[in-house]
Design a protein around this ligand. Structure first.
Ligand code: NDP
Length: 286
């Protein structure tokens, strides 16, 4: 039986981080300081703590200075917005990331809008979203940017291919659909109200799944030879990390497939490093 090849997100992310590390060294020589990323975390969500720790670790590795701002869960929206305003005005801070989700009493949209567009390393600010959809210079959200790098690494051209994205969130589904469109794929976005999901996914030459439901996509739902990108991060009954794609049944039919862990996750962090350097450079070049 022909098995799909694994797209190794861990190896690709390591290569990207090594490139960024080199770049940071030369930036420091040229500009006299390193890029600085500020990560804000409000409350003690254990998953968020892990993500923030990994982001700070990656920044250390590539030589980006990191500033971790830990605020208690009861921090008011006003206090958080004031903190962001101060960081916006701080010339020593190049990128600002607020780890989501935020406690219920804080309006996430207001917080995202408050981050200066040019320091918005996550690419969630409306000005960056507009830039992406209008094809203008912008910061591209990290997970979607990482997904297209994974697809590009297969060497397969997307032009004229059928791409299906399952999930329509602002942070993954919608932006990744636009990036696939930019590569001239014919893009379909499926979601919870899609009738007969399997009929839609089985048309896909490239299938990106960003839902948050373990085992949603099984081998019978994919086209033979498809490229399958699994964005999902779920915990199974034993607490082990798993994706939205049933790997065992899909790997037999796919041409390329990402594992969980070791696929999209590490790429998201690598792209955050790339975005931080872009923000630093944009700040230097005016
Ligand atoms: P959201 O919960 O914001 O969006 C989920 C999407 O899936 C929605 O559009 C929803 O549809 C759709 N959906 C839900 N159920 C079904 C179903 N049965 N069939 C088809 N579509 C369905 O999630 P996110 O986009 O934020 O994240 C998705 C997954 O990716 C999560 O597991 C998350 O942890 C993971 N993730 C991983 C990252 C990484 O770096 N590896 C980064 C970000 C996210 P509707 O709009 O109709 O409700």
């Amino acid at each position: 039986m022909n098995m799909g090849q694994i797209i190794d997100g861990k190896a690709l992310s390591a290569a990207i981080k090594d490139e960024v590390r080199e770049q940071v060294l030369s930036l420091e020589k040229e500009y006299g300081r390193r890029p600085c990323l500020c990560v804000i975390i409000v409350g003690e969500n254990p998953a968020s703590q892990v993500y923030v720790r990994n982001k700070v670790k990656a920044a250390e590795y590539v030589g980006i200075d990191s500033l971790k701002v830990e605020l208690p869960a009861e921090t008011s929206e006003e206090a958080l917005l004031a903190r962001i305003a101060a960081l916006n005005a701080d010339p020593g801070v190049d990128g600002i990331l607020v780890q989501l989700p935020l406690p219920k009493h804080i309006d996430e949209e207001k917080v995202i809008d408050a981050i200066a567009r040019e320091k918005d390393v996550d690419g969630f600010h409306p000005a960056n979203v507009a830039g992406l959809w209008l094809g203008k210079d912008c910061i591209v959200p990290c997970t979607p940017a990482g997904i297209v790098r994974l697809i590009d690494s297969t060497g397969v051209s997307l032009a004229g291919k059928q791409a299906v994205v399952v999930g329509r969130s602002n942070i993954v589904g919608k932006p990744v659909a636009k990036l696939l469109l930019d590569r001239n794929a014919t893009v379909t976005i499926a979601h919870s109200r899609t009738a007969d999901l399997g009929a839609v996914t089985s048309q896909a030459d490239v299938l990106v799944v960003a839902v948050g439901k373990a085992g949603l996509i099984t081998g019978d739902m994919i086209k033979p030879g498809a490229i399958v990108i699994d964005v999902g991060m779920n915990r199974d009954a034993e607490g082990k990390l798993c994706g939205d794609v049933d790997f065992a049944s899909c790997v037999e039919k796919a041409s390329w497939i990402t594992p969980v862990p070791g696929g999209v996750g590490p790429m998201t962090i690598a792209m955050l490093m790339v975005n931080t350097v872009s923000c630093f450079l944009a700040g230097r070049l005016g």
